[in-house]
Design a protein around this ligand. Structure first.
Ligand code: HAM
Length: 436
């Protein structure tokens, strides 16, 4: 039986055309993260499942993780997210490092999900995280990094928005105002996380099953109606949660000073499925009606290092996936044309005897930092230009019998159609034209 040529379900082959797009996405990610002083790190593809069990949340563990027992009876998983690996690595070195610690990575992650638009089983995810920042400035900086990244792809506030909440607010509403128990709070978080994806009836049914009294239920539904920063502030103040209202307001003021206001929107349903978040939580959404989905998710976590018996060290960060990002750039026509590769010169010869001279020329041009494609065989004139177009070159060199006799080449600029006869020995003159 012949083997299947297709990749494993939910994974992708990156043919050169696709790989060019991925390289472009990653280049902008790297440049943006580095422009804020974030340092690149990486970790292993496999981790012990325990690492995820500690804090990642039940959906990831029960439904999405790729796990197996290795030959040494260790129960391991292919990384479904980077944050636990990051926390494990930071736990090893944070004592010796000056703070804040700013790190980024673009790992590939695997989750067993039903493949559909924007969801695959293997994706790459930019992770930017900062640890040990004073006050709430790390949270503001992380939002700035995310916004700057989208701006560097050519996007603006007309294309995307950041829906934001704070788990400290959600805790205050559930625990202080509604007097929910820990178990009820846990269930309410899961309900809120699903609130936008289910019908009104389904929501009411789920809430009624939590076992809250009528006052608590009313507070819950009132909370779900909140949609502005001012609204949430007065809601908290009216219900004697002034401390948390003040803390959140001062964070919002910082975001105003950082010019983030036009991107930010308060959304009570953003709580995030991962269990480790303790502070702000946010998702970046595409505003295009055909692509209303999360492009990026993140938040602040205060206690992640405690699973390694380390002192608490506050962290905040986000993960941004390559699949949803590509869809976003395509739907808004922000992706540059990467259909063909980019090269500088196609070096060809038209008589067999021209091989040695053109190979030498190609070598010299490469040593001068140019991208050179050679024909490797005598190429008829009419074949040169269609091939040159596919290779994405700006110049072509030709060497027919006349040129061969005179030890010359013809150098043609494919844009201007200008053509020069040049001595092969005069590399300087050739370079001058190409680099002009
Ligand atoms: P997450 O929300 O699970 O967060 O994933 C972040 C982003 O990764 C999503 O918004 C989406 O763009 C992309 N993504 C996730 N799953 C898939 C999938 N199956 N197919 C395609 N894209 C996907 C985290 O993973 C957190 N660890 C992020 C973080 C870093 N929080 C703090 N630091």
């Amino acid at each position: 039986m012949a083997l299947n040529k297709q990749p494993y379900r939910g994974t992708r082959d990156f043919f050169p055309k696709d790989k060019r797009v991925r390289d472009y996405l990653f280049t902008v990610m790297t440049k943006t993260a580095e422009s804020f002083g974030y340092e690149s790190y990486d970790g292993p593809l496999l981790e012990e499942v325990e690492l995820y069990k500690a804090k990642s949340g039940e959906e990831l563990i029960n439904e999405q993780i790729y796990s197996f027992t290795d030959r040494g009876e260790r129960f391991v998983a292919i990384r479904p997210e980077m944050t636990p690996t990051l926390a494990r690595m930071v736990a090893q070195v944070h004592r010796e490092q000056s703070k804040p610690l700013r790190w980024f990575s673009i790992p590939n992650l695997m989750r067993y999900e039903k493949p559909q638009r924007g969801r695959v089983r293997e994706h790459w995810q930019l992770n930017c995280d900062v640890f040990g920042t004073p006050g709430r400035l790390g949270e503001v900086e992380i939002l700035q990094v995310a916004v700057e990244l989208f701006q560097n792809y050519g996007a603006s506030s007309s294309h995307f928005e950041i829906l934001l909440n704070d788990r400290a607010i959600v805790d205050a509403v559930f625990k202080n105002m509604m007097k929910a128990t820990d178990a009820q709070t846990y269930r309410l978080y899961k309900i809120v996380d699903k609130a936008k994806k289910i019908t009104h009836e389904a929501l009411h049914k789920m809430v009624s099953e939590v076992g809250l009294d009528t006052i608590a239920e009313n507070i819950f539904y009132h909370y779900l109606q909140l949609s502005t920063f001012e609204g949430v502030k007065s809601f908290l103040e009216k219900n004697d949660q002034t401390e948390i209202a003040t803390a959140f307001s001062s964070f919002v003021e910082f975001t105003e000073k950082a010019n983030l206001t036009e991107y930010l929107k308060y959304d009570p349903t953003i709580v995030r499925g991962l269990d480790y978040y303790t502070g702000i939580v946010f998702e970046i959404f595409d505003k295009h009606p055909d692509n209303r989905r999360a492009l990026c998710g993140g938040g602040a976590y205060a206690n992640l290092l405690q699973i390694f018996n380390e002192d608490p060290l506050s962290g905040v960060g986000f993960g941004l996936g390559d699949v949803t990002l590509r869809d976003f750039l395509e739907v808004h026509k922000l992706l540059p044309n990467l259909e063909i590769p980019v090269n500088d010169v196609f070096v060809t010869f038209q008589e067999d005897d021209g091989l040695d001279a053109t190979l030498k020329l190609a070598q010299s041009l490469r040593k001068n930092g140019l991208k050179i494609v050679t024909s490797l065989e005598a190429l008829k004139f009419k074949k040169v230009f269609p091939t040159a177009e596919k290779k994405g070159v700006k110049f072509v060199t030709l060497m027919g019998s006349d040129e061969l006799a005179k030890n010359q080449i013809q150098l043609k600029n494919l844009e201007t159609k200008e053509q020069h006869s040049l001595d092969l020995a005069d590399l300087e003159a050739i370079l001058k034209i190409i680099k002009a």
